[in-house]
Design a protein around this ligand. Structure first.
Ligand code: NAD
Ligand code: GLY
Length: 357
């Protein structure tokens, strides 16, 4: 069992990582927040797998429990479902001393977090992430949001949880598709600030998902610690936190051009990391051999590196619209070597020739 603190002064919070933690949810919530009512939010894939155990654990700890199950998928991260949650929280008579618990992947975490941030101007918030992506990324750092028809994550807040419990056993039921989705972000942490994690991934990757699962607690600790370190220094995403976007400029452009119906996010990040590192190594920004090492790991993990057939002009246009760009300046994250990166202010012309990289 590992405990990592996200150090944010009075809003600091613990992230516990350990197999079987789901069954201790009630004990942890009661210890952190006392004798309260909890509103559990989940989706219709996760509910049959884990909601019963979560509710039993909470009730055994003497807590009053209400729950709601929403449809799975990105379309749930919207204003209509947020409104459904407000109705549910009213009906459950949630007060400011009570808590909402997100039990699920990043969709449930982001939506529930925004409800927690805004209902009654803020109620307690607990995350029990059940996808690899949510365990290594979305449950850490307090970004909560819903999508608008005009784009992803356009209505949101920074709202840190009180507590995060990560139970790696929940990953056993994840489809290979969503497993690979999370792996893109895992590799990213190794690239940007954790060479030891990268080496561990290189060691396990040939054995596939099974081998990675034998070291999953260590892998999760590395990722969560890496993200916690970054968030502690730049909670509001004005500087260092942008390094978490390594591979994402290209990924977001690909996802936009494919209207979010092609590669999954983690796959697009894999592709983005591959292309940017090939480009920067060729330009002498990245140490020789880095791109080969990254490509070997991505290949061993069965992650995509092949750019779909999208005209380069369309990709460049999408990059120009990236919400992380400031005016014409695009802040691209580039590797110096495995485990070290920096923010490179540039413009979209930096990516000229990317489709042949
Ligand atoms: P998701 O929540 O849609 O989960 C993926 C699928 O897996 C869903 O169908 C879900 O029902 C299912 N599932 C969840 N846990 C399962 C389990 N243990 N076993 C079997 N099936 C399970 O998607 P995601 O990939 O977890 O998250 C993507 C979302 O996260 C996006 O909306 C993205 O914008 C957001 N995100 C947020 C942040 C942040 O910092 N807040 C960071 C990265 C991504
Ligand atoms: N997923 C990027 C961030 O949390 O900033």
């Amino acid at each position: 069992m590992e405990k990592i603190i996200v150090p944010l002064g009075t809003r600091s919070y613990p992230i516990h990582i350990g197999a079987g933690l789901l069954d201790s949810l009630g004990v942890y919530v009661r210890e952190a927040l006392g004798d309260i009512t909890v509103a559990v939010v989940t989706d219709d894939n996760v509910a049959p797998l884990y909601l019963g155990r979560a509710v039993r654990s909470l009730q055994s700890a003497g807590l009053t429990v209400k729950s709601i199950t929403l449809p799975h998928g990105e379309t749930t991260k919207c204003l209509n479902r947020l409104s459904d949650l407000y109705n549910f929280l009213c009906h459950a008579r949630i007060t400011r001393r009570d808590a909402v618990i997100a039990l699920g992947g990043g969709v449930i975490g982001d939506l529930t977090g925004l409800a927690a941030a805004t209902f009654l101007r803020g109620v307690h918030f607990v995350q029990l992430p059940t996808t690899l992506l949510a365990q290594v990324d979305s449950s850490v750092g307090g970004k909560v949001a819903v999508d608008l028809p005009q784009g992803k994550n356009l209505v949101g807040a920074f709202y840190q949880p009180d507590l995060v419990l990560i139970d790696p056993d929940t990953l056993n039921t994840l489809t290979d598709e969503f497993w690979r989705d999370g792996l893109g972000e895992v590799v990213k942490y190794g690239c940007i600030n954790d060479a030891a994690l990268f080496a561990l991934l290189e060691e396990c990757a040939p054995g596939g998902r099974e081998a990675l699962m034998t070291r999953i607690e260590t892998i999760l600790q590395h990722c969560v610690q890496a993200k916690a370190d970054v968030v502690a220094q730049d909670e509001r995403d004005t500087g260092l936190r942008m390094t978490l976007n390594f591979g994402h400029t290209i990924a977001h452009a690909v996802e936009t051009c494919q209207h979010y119906e092609g590669l999954r996010h983690g796959e697009a990040v894999s592709l983005g990391m591959h292309i940017i590192t090939r480009l920067t190594e060729a330009r002498g920004i990245t140490a020789p051999g880095t791109a080969d090492r990254l490509d070997a790991l991505l290949t061993a993990l069965n992650m995509p590196m092949q750019l779909p057939a999208i005209p380069e002009a369309d990709l460049l246009a999408a990059m120009g619209m990236d919400k992380k760009s400031a005016g014409k300046t695009l802040r691209v994250i580039v590797l110096q070597e495995i485990g070290r990166c920096h923010i490179h202010p540039t413009d979209v012309s930096f990516f000229n020739g990317m489709t042949s990289a």
